[in-house]
Design a protein around this ligand. Sequence first.
Ligand SMILES: *Cc1c(COP(=O)(O)O)cnc(C)c1O
Length: 828
Amino acid sequence: MPSQRPSKTACSLPPLGMDASSLCMDTRHYLLRTLGAEESVSSGNSVYTALAMSLRDRLIERWKNTQKKVAAENGKRTFYLSLEFLLGRAMGNTLLNLGLEDAARDMLTQEHRKLADLLEVEPDAGLGNGGLGRLAACFLDSCASLGLPVTGYGIRYDYGMFRQEIRGGEQLEEPDHWLKNGYPWELKRPERVRRVHFFGRSDTYYDAHGKMRQRWVDTHDVLAVPYDIPIPGYRNDVVNTLRLWRAAATDIFDLGEFNAGAYPEAVAAKNSAEHISMVLYPNDSSENGKELRLRQQYFLASASLQDVVADWVAVHGENFRDFAKHHCFQLNDTHPSCAVPELMRLLMDEHDLNWQDAWNITSHTMAYTNHTLLPEALERWSVRLFRQLLPRLLEIILEINGRFLQEVARRAPGDTGLLRRLSIIEEGGEQMVRMAHLAVVGSFSVNGVAALHTKLLCEELFADFHHLWPKKFNNKTNGVTPRRWLQWANPGLRDLITERIGPDWKYDLERLRDLAAAADDAEFRKRWAEVRRVNKERLVALVHRHTGVTFISDALVDVQVKRIHEYKRQLLNALHVIHLYDRIKRGEAAGVTPRNVLFAGKAAPGYFMAKRTIKFINNIAHVINHDPDTEGLLRVSFLPDYRVSLMEQICAATDLSEQISTAGKEASGTGNMKFMMNGALTIGTLDGANIEIRDAVGPEHFFLFGLNAQEVSQLRGHYNPQIYLQADRDLQRVMDLIQSGYFNAFEPGIFDPIVHAVTHPQDPWMVLADFTSYKLKQREAAELWHDQTEWQRLSILNTAASGVFSSDRTIAQYNADIWHLKPLVMTP
Ligand SMILES: *Cc1c(COP(=O)(O)O)cnc(C)c1O
């Protein structure tokens, strides 16, 4: 017998090299042979794309191995359903998590290019509004880094969060066409397309066994085409998946209702199908109730559940007995909560399960995360709209509600008030579907996102549900990924920390505790301050480049960056800035600590007060920055287009983090955690995770001010802003200055709505109530700034205490209490 030889065409691929020269070969290959770039004139853009393709190869290699491992283990998996994933840039994160940063830097140095320049080519993937969307992105990073088999499901919006420009001090919204140069980090999966139904009606029929069943007929269908983005874990060879759905028309030439003469109408119908994934709704913490938004929500829920169910059937056939043991669906707010009735529909209508079996599965696989107590953010859809758009789903929701209310009536006979309060359908006026009630009834777990938030959920918003099912409710305090928000955003600090305490903290952020001792080491403090100074120089340059404002060097950097919303109280900060200016103008310059105040954030395009607040801040900044008396004392800037890649630079350079929401209104906050991790001190109210930040670092190392949540709620109904005005001469002067038109000399009256809002007894945010204590606490912070030894000591202690705010801790808790997944261990 001749020796075995491989067939002529078979070949196997060697593993890809992880060194600079392998990366260089591959990048050249893509640049010259795939993109066909001319070497001498190749733009940063094509080099970026070529490097991205080389990195993607290395991701895909690990991705395939992870998928094989997940299939072989056949264990439980979690699916994270979210209308938002605020990913930011991918290249830096990929380099960091794969351990290729030095290799890429070396390779580019040889090409006389700078990695930093290349990274700037990448647009942010801005598929989210703010905290909720960024949380989903941090969670995916932590799941992969902990080796948990978790898949994200979302929508591939053609246009993400709008780009904000500032003209004449006002916000202009520009569309964010983030895909215009292609997106090298995704793979289209046309073979896994799904079909999503809309409109039509529910039909009763008898199947082959004579059993009465329901089916959804005469539907208008939309295709859901998946695009997969790899989510690498931190140096563990795990690569999970974020699957984003794009809407596509079903075959446009197959539309029976259009005759040959209606070709343009047929093409227009294609357009209207594709509108579903066209644009992200830019509302944060408020709902706008547009039909297209409900379409997006159902589109995501249906495509994702069909995907998971199809995979199950491919392996197990129509036997769903163990389905719940193998699956968990985590709902990021109520946005994807159509998943509850949709899973019921798929199991009953498409897979012939009876109600009870389908309900057992659904209510043992769904878990719901609540993100807000604000009534204006609680989603409700009219029954009428539901009936028209999703008739079969409405039928199922009404059945879920009927059975639920029967159970309640059994447990609390005669309590009709309770039935009315608990019902998924809100009565009186137009009937509405309360999505939060649907999510609570349909889930085995309901969690809040910080200790106070969860407590208020149980005692207020969901008090009746909590009484009914106390064990359903649990807290999972948010976190942020220390890879992006410390290691990547602040390499100087990362290396200094590692030099001091070794590298273990990169795998267990609680180890940052070991830094606390270094706070008393003068030499270490000096180096800590030096790293932060370099970061600040970079931020000062950025602010100058984008706004023309020259920040004062070595002055306190005081930062409030987040969505613009009345509850976050940018106005309180703005009033304080005016107060500082007033002190300078009245001759107290000697007592004012030099300070740079930075604002950034987007306002929802339809949110009048938020947009007016942006204008207010810009006008204040203009007056202050152009007044020679403020030279070297006070600078104010509004940085346009706040986004993830900006926050990476901002959080590493901030001295004082402004977390000043009205107590009880900010569910958690995560910006607060990014700042703390990077050594900022916090001035804040007892709200959201601020409370836990203060507990972690110690109350003496946190600038606390303002009413607490209980005091806010007790004051409601007899709040009188005049009392606070009369009691604080400084506040009176600030209001007088505003009302005199000092900041709007050529735009009369434009700030009247702001004055009116904060002086109104119905001001829900109680801005003036907290002004005096805020002012005093700011003065304390300013005084501490003069003692740089003490300030740097507290800065180090803040970082040292920030380990608990790693999203690795959050995800470990989700897994221990809700998901129960077995971590994957990849063997090379
Ligand atoms: C972290 C982050 C947020 C959330 O900030 P909060 O202060 O918690 O509201 C919003 N947007 C971006 C871009 C972020 O990085």
